[in-house]
Ligand binder design. Sequence first.
Ligand code: DAH
Length: 341
Amino acid sequence: MKELMQSLREASIKAINESDNPESIEALRVRYLGKKGELTAILRQMGKLSPEERPAMGQLANQLRSEIEQALELRKTMLSKIVLEKQLEAEAIDVTLPGAEQPVGHKHPMYNVLDQIKDIFVGMGFEIVDGPEVELADYNFTKLNIDEGHPSRDWTDTFYFTEDGKILLRTQTSPMQVHAMETKSLPIRMIAPGRVYRKDEVDATHSPMFHQIEGMVIDKGVTMADLKATLNLVVEKIYGAGTVTRFRPHHFPFTEPSCEMDIQCHKCGGKGCPTCKGEGWIEVLGAGMVHPKVLAGCGIDPDVYSGWAFGMGLERLAMGEYKITDLRLIFDNDVRFLEQF
Ligand code: DAH
């Protein structure tokens, strides 16, 4: 029996030390110490021993049991250490490796200019309003005092949706004047930036879609002097203090009187250069006093209220600010171009 135990000791310790995963350790525990295990089988034979031999053998068997238990425990801890080490090795992160760069975009240069303009007007108490690009001819033309025969209504200039010419893509942001007057309570101070559409061939200065900013003030006692003072202030904020402007008489059906505002060329100071095409002046916007007919058509009494309005092209402004010479660059979304701003 002693020999049996000795060979079990050797075999089990060897097997335990050679096991290489937690499952096989468990299997070995069952194999040696389980109810039907090898040690139990040996103990069953104790009955054959004489009563004198039994205590010593029992002691040996207990000792063997605890030896096997210890060996199992030890191997188990070792294995879990090995597993952990392997896992750490496999999951190791080399913090010295260069990271995968995430390219971060930025605002389009034209929208930087728009933000600047919005800030200036919001600072003066104007609200920013938004409106439909698919518009009724009534709002784009009729309510703005642009009558049926006006050339801007021509099918060769305007994108119409319907044969009857009642629905179109707005050709200007001026219909926002009508929307504002019809829906807002007085006084009104608003700007309305947005897309407009015309049947223009694409070239360096034309695109069938471009952006305008409409502005309008309606209140009691508003005069042309307010218009000039406000627009001069805006221009000075954009182009710098002391920027010289001039207001030229012009005609728009929805303003009376109407004018165009030019700024003295900031490049040549008015002498004439390629930037101003030799003119010394750069046209920046159309403006005027809101026509009494337009006011009345929107339910505002022109004998009590008056107002001024302006409309300017955003692309042209951005091109001037960033010295961009071709309008197409603004819409192409070529990263090589956009990255420069
Ligand atoms: N809507 C005009 C255009 O597209 C620009 C304009 C002129 C707007 C005079 C106005 C204005 O509000 O008063 O050419």
